[in-house]
Design a protein around this ligand. Structure first.
Ligand code: NI
Length: 383
């Protein structure tokens, strides 16, 4: 590479911040990213990228060659009323970029601009993925269905990170964010008079037994050095003090880092329901939906990112895993890569509120570092 990505990113820092503020003032919820994606597409076209649209998502390619590296940003905001008093406060009531996806989009736009200026030095292809609907919409799946990973050899993405000091790049091997799923169902017995339980199959004690037995999945079945969560968050049944209901409905969520733990949790929930209901002569229904797999970074790609950060003097360190989930996981199921964190916590500026909080904000002064790292990853991967 015949230029320094850090100084070039610093040169366009004002532009990156201006984009971020513009997106911040005009937040759009999942699958409604019309304005944001239009601005992104217009810039990319102007800079010479070839564009493929996938709904409100944008896939942009530049360069020639056999190797392709993909860089991804998410563009959607959250249904939250912003409480920050800043000049770039959200102009849309009830909507806010409270997870920093505005910053992700702006950082990747900055990288797009620098990469385009140096495209003759690229020994391969760079693919930029600006995706919709990360927040509970699995926009990544739509992008993959739309061809985002075709021909891609490696993928990287950034998330701004409140748990890391400003400017530090968090790089982790293996599981980083948790896999998440939801479950729901019902236990059906035989209703009747509350005074004549012997003539009924009462689903309420059967439900109670099931909820308690579910507590043994993580404590007794999951290897204690691994981790998982099973939470029954809703149980509904019955209408009157003297009526034994016909059925009880329930709902909940589960979390895990290793796919095999996720599978174990699901299998044990089925077995427990099967056994407990059979013992009491009741029936059950169980629907499990795995929403997002765990986000698992490739060790090789995490090491590559460390080497790149080191080479360009970018501060980096480890970042602890979290039970939150991220749909970047879907890309990593198909292509090796790493999801990186960019520290944005700045106590002096009062930037300490957690993600999804109405007073969440990012330390804009470090966004250029994310841009620099993206550019560096692209050129170093395509050497
Ligand atoms: Ni997010």
């Amino acid at each position: 590479m015949d230029f320094n990505p850090v100084s070039e990113a610093k040169e366009i820092e004002d532009e990156i911040i201006a984009w971020r503020r513009d997106f911040h003032m005009h937040p759009e919820l999942k699958y409604e990213e019309e304005r944001t994606s239009k601005i992104v597409e217009e810039h990319l076209r102007e800079w010479g990228y070839s564009i493929k649209r996938v709904g409100t998502g944008v896939i942009a390619d530049i360069g020639k060659g056999t190797k392709t590296i993909a860089l991804r940003a998410d563009m959607d905001a959250l249904p939250i009323q912003e409480e920050n008093d800043v000049p770039y406060k959200s102009k849309i009531p009830g909507k806010m970029h409270a997870c920093g996806h505005d910053a992700h989009t702006a950082m990747l736009l900055g990288a797009a601009k620098i990469i385009a200026e140096h495209k003759d030095g690229l020994n391969g292809k760079v693919r930029l993925i600006f995706q919709p609907a990360e927040e509970g919409g699995n926009g990544a799946v739509k992008m993959i269905e739309g061809g985002a990973l075709e021909g891609v050899n490696a993928i990287f993405g950034f998330h701004v990170w409140m748990d890391l000091p400003s400017g530090v790049i968090g790089i982790r091997d293996g599981p980083f964010l948790a896999g998440a799923g939801i479950f729901g169902g019902r236990i059906t017995g035989k209703g009747g008079h509350g005074a004549s339980p012997h003539e009924t199959v009462d689903p309420i004690p059967i439900m109670a037994e099931t909820v308690l037995a579910f507590q043994t999945i993580v404590s007794r079945n999951v290897n204690p050095v691994e981790t998982g969560v099973v939470s029954v968050t809703s149980v509904h049944g019955g209408t009157a003090f003297n009526v034994i209901p016909e059925e009880v409905e329930f709902k909940g969520t589960f979390r895990f880092f290793k796919p095999e733990v996720g599978e174990l949790i699901q299998r044990r929930m089925r077995e427990i329901l099967e056994g407990v209901t059979k013992a009491h002569g009741a029936k059950y229904e169980l629907n499990i939906e795995e929403l997002t797999p765990p986000t698992i970074n490739s060790k090789e790609m995490a090491d590559f990112a460390r080497k790149v950060a080191q080479k360009y003097g970018l501060k980096y360190g480890d970042v602890p895993p979290t039970m939150g989930a991220e749909d970047f996981a879907f890309y990593l199921q198909k292509v090796p890569g790493a999801f990186l964190a960019l520290g944005i916590r700045n106590e002096e500026k009062g930037i300490t509120y957690p993600h999804h909080h109405p007073r969440f904000d990012v330390d804009e002064d470090v966004l250029y570092l994310g841009t620099a790292m993206e550019v560096a990853l692209a050129f170093e991967f395509l050497r």
